[in-house]
Design a protein around this ligand. Structure first.
Ligand SMILES: [Zn+2]
Length: 253
């Protein structure tokens, strides 16, 4: 081996060992999860294939409410998603997957208030064996394929799962999150609510959010199927919403 090649090899090795910054880590997770949309991380920006640049870290130190209202892409990873963990009451304000950078998701799925989301919606069978019919889901970024795979796998599960899954309480819906002005993930066509009569929601426990008492009836085995296909589950949140599953592959990586 020539000395020049040795230097090349050592440089590569050092580059591989250099600790990534939080921005680089967040950017790379998004690039890996949305390869059709994210082109590269450059100078602290996430550069989308459309040319849009989104600042990964806006440099602001945020309270919980501020982060929820206006998260940058880096903030989305503030709480690590506990994939496959036993179901338990989450710690105060631990809401992994509940921070959503609207500019980033609008760029992928469209802004429903401008009529941009519906044209990307496709019909996906929802546990048809159990009479779930079809639901609308975004065809972008692999979301509809992921939901179809979840449905197939759930149908192979025990028949008692039917009562948790059917009827679905809804997928696409261009609406704001209760108590806020932010558009829900349902407005991007990437969320499904399973049967609300078998579900629990933090606002039903305490609308003020000060004395939330965790409650969940959805089997963890159902959630595990969703998580395997890139969905986060609302029962993992302090502000829980146990019927809610949302396609967020970047959180499951
Ligand atoms: Zn929901």
């Amino acid at each position: 081996m020539s000395p020049r090649l040795d230097v090349f090899a050592v440089t590569l090795l050092l580059a591989g060992l250099a600790p990534a910054t939080a921005e680089e880590t967040a950017g790379e997770k998004l690039r890996a999860a949305y390869p059709g949309f994210v082109d590269r991380v450059e100078a602290g920006d996430l550069v989308l294939k459309s040319g849009l640049r989104v600042r990964i870290d806006d440099g602001r130190t945020k309270s919980f409410d501020e982060r929820l209202a206006d998260p940058d892409p880096d903030d989305m990873f503030a709480d690590p998603y506990p994939k496959g963990a036993p179901v338990a009451a989450p710690a105060k304000d631990f809401d992994p997957g509940r921070y959503r950078n609207a500019a980033f998701f609008d760029a992928i799925y469209g802004d429903c208030r401008k009529g941009e989301v519906t044209k990307a919606l496709v019909s996906v069978p929802w546990v048809p064996k159990w009479g779930g019919g079809h639901v609308k889901f975004s065809s972008r970024a692999g979301a509809a394929e992921a939901l179809a795979a979840v449905s197939k796998e759930l149908e192979a599960g025990p028949a008692e799962w039917k009562r948790y899954l059917v009827p679905s309480a809804g997928t696409y819906n261009c609406r704001v999150i209760a108590g806020t002005t932010r558009v829900s993930a349902h407005g991007w066509g990437i969320a499904i609510d399973v049967n609300d009569r078998a579900s629990d929601y933090w606002r039903w426990s305490d609308p003020s959010g000060r004395k939330v008492v965790f409650k969940n009836r959805i089997p963890a085995e159902i959630a595990a199927v969703f998580e395997r296909h890139g969905f986060v589950w609302g029962a993992r949140w302090y502000h829980y919403d146990t019927m809610h599953f949302e396609y967020r592959p970047e959180m499951l990586r």
